[in-house]
Design a protein around this ligand. Structure first.
Ligand code: ATP
Ligand code: MG
Ligand code: MG
Length: 523
């Protein structure tokens, strides 16, 4: 079966991974045997090494080891204590959900035997489900309930009230008008995203197999969409040849995307699910490759991808035909196990360009990873916004309290794409840095964004009318007298110190583990 993925990809040949001039004695390249099935053409290999593949394997292993070490140094893997805290929080949530479903069963007056058997469950997915979370990540958990528990009253009212009544739960928000409606809250200080799926069964077993068609009969569209995250995770974990290697590569790629300012679906970049599928695609193509080889192949592949050819995991499904085969995204990525569905994407012309640029830079940096002077740190350098752009649009959101601010920022971010498209229309290009800053000169709790504007364009930007248009698009949302938004154009020199990351000392600024005085990681 032919997949678009197989048509064009780049397997970096050894003579590019290593610089022969740097070796002593100098090495010449000869035509070597073909490597694997993926690249059946003979490739150039350093003379002498052709008969000593252990040398190259050793070097690759060493690079993989140093990359893992760098990841550990970044604090990306949470401690055993944190893991226990998360597990306990999930257990507590499961207990609350069980209490809830018994109450719903009693209140809706179903037969006694059904009340006794009534059960609902919680399934984790997202980065936690894939095992690539860190101490700052949220836990994405799907509440799966039976046919007699509906979303409108039982989930968004009764369960909501039960959660707000618990001392260990705080900051409960309902996000009802999203494609995947959910409740967002903190339990024992850990952030949770909790959507709901209603199955047409009387009781949902704790470890319900949501790939089993029996449980998927006649479910409504919203439940289907809510289930898609759990589906995607399960499929990805089933399809990758080595889960541990997949997890390591995904952690690296997520750190790279955050540092380079291209992480965050709401800002028009990649979200966690997009990167998980791109990484799984590379793991499938090179099942036996080392971590270091995989990361260079990741960049080598996507730097030359013929977008909008879609990224499709090899999951045995037929390629799409007809209208279902026409995803509207500039960088379409298909959800695995879902023949007609693509990941939702907010990519615009500007963010497409930024992502492309970063893929190419990643490729340039990692194609020489076997060179003696190679250092992984160069790949994770923060994107130097104040060097690249002279003018920025400053977006300041404020509210009377931190809790209210969270809700306000969430609402505005969900509408950011229209602002980005408008700025793009007027200025030709706009780079929406996903990092969230705090303006210490504003009295109320606030969150600030600085979006880079095209350097060559010195055209006057009527920011007042841009703001008016944008505010109109926010109209029905959770605006109020205490929720403010201001837009202004500022010079690079007016950015706060921690946004001016041209110096070594500010390297940690996009680290999601950074202190809250520093910008909060975009997501
Ligand atoms: N744009 C999207 N299209 C399809 N599914 C999505 C999309 N955004 C989120 N999801 C689903 O919701 C899950 C959780 O999303 P979330 O934004 O929390 O990302 P994540 O992968 O958990 O990464 P992070 O560590 O940043 O939280 C994803 O794994 C995916 O299954
Ligand atoms: Mg998440
Ligand atoms: Mg989430």
């Amino acid at each position: 079966m032919a997949y678009a993925n197989q048509n064009h990809g780049v397997f970096i040949p050894y003579h590019q991974l290593i610089d022969p001039r740097s070796l002593n004695p100098p090495v010449t390249f000869i035509r070597g045997p073909p490597i694997g099935l993926i690249n059946p053409r003979p490739q150039l290999v350093p003379m002498g090494f052709a008969y000593n593949p252990e040398f190259l394997i050793r070097m690759e292993k060493e690079r993989s080891r140093s990359l893992l070490q760098l990841m550990e140094g970044e604090g990306l893997v949470s401690s055993p204590e944190e893991e226990i805290k998360r597990k306990n929080a999930i257990e507590k949530l499961k207990q609350i959900v069980m209490e809830w479903i018994k109450r719903v069963a009693r209140e809706c007056g179903i037969q006694k035997r059904y009340i006794t058997a009534a059960s609902a469950t919680v399934l984790t997915y997202g980065s936690y489900g894939l095992g690539v979370h860190n101490s700052e990540s949220d836990i994405d958990a799907l509440c799966v309930g039976p046919r007699f528990a509906n979303m409108g009253e039982d989930f968004f009212i009764l369960l909501h009230n039960m959660l707000t009544g618990r001392p260990e739960v705080s900051e409960v928000h309902c996000v009802k008008d999203a494609k995947v409606p959910l409740m967002r809250f903190k339990l024992d200080g850990i952030s949770f995203d909790l959507p709901y799926a209603q199955l047409k069964v009387m009781s949902v077993p704790e470890n319900v197999d949501i790939l089993n068609p029996y449980f998927l009969r006649n479910i409504d569209d919203t439940s289907w969409r809510s289930l898609s995250g759990v589906h995607a995770n399960e499929c990805i974990l089933q399809l990758v040849p080595n889960i541990e290697v997949f997890q390591s590569l995904l952690r690296c790629v997520k750190l790279w995307a955050r540092r380079r300012g291209i992480y965050g679906n709401l800002l028009g970049f990649f979200g966690g699910v997009h990167l998980a599928i791109l990484v799984a695609c590379i793991c499938q193509r090179y099942p036996n490759a080392s971590l270091s080889r995989l990361i260079s192949s990741f960049f080598g592949t996507f730097a030359f991808w013929h977008w909008p050819d879609p990224i499709i995991l090899q999951d045995g499904m037929l390629p799409l035909s007809g209208s279902a085969a026409e995803p509207r995204s500039l960088m379409p990525i298909r959800l695995p196990c879902r023949p007609h569905e693509y990941c939702h994407s907010n990519i615009t012309k500007s963010t497409f360009y930024r992502i492309q640029e970063e893929f190419i830079q990643g490729h340039t940096l990692t194609k020489g990873l076997l060179r003696p002077d190679f250092d992984w740190a160069c790949l994770f350098e923060p994107f130097p916004y104040t060097k690249k752009y002279t003018r920025f649009v400053k977006i300041c959101l404020s509210a009377s309290g931190q809790d209210e601010l969270g809700e306000w920022v969430g609402w505005v971010k969900s509408r950011f794409r229209s602002l980005l498209v408008k700025l793009e229309e007027i200025q030709g290009f706009c780079d929406p840095n996903p990092t969230e800053y705090v303006d210490v000169n504003v009295a109320e709790p606030n969150t600030v964004f600085y979006w880079g504007l095209q350097p060559e364009r010195s055209d006057f930007l009527d920011i007042k009318s841009v703001k008016e248009d944008f505010v109109k698009s926010l109209s029905n949302g959770c605006q109020g007298p205490t929720r403010k938004i201001t837009l202004s154009v500022v010079q690079a020199s007016e950015l706060p110190k921690n946004a001016q990351i041209d110096s070594e000392s500010n390297k940690g600024y996009m680290n999601p583990n950074a202190n809250v005085n520093y910008p909060i990681a975009g997501g």
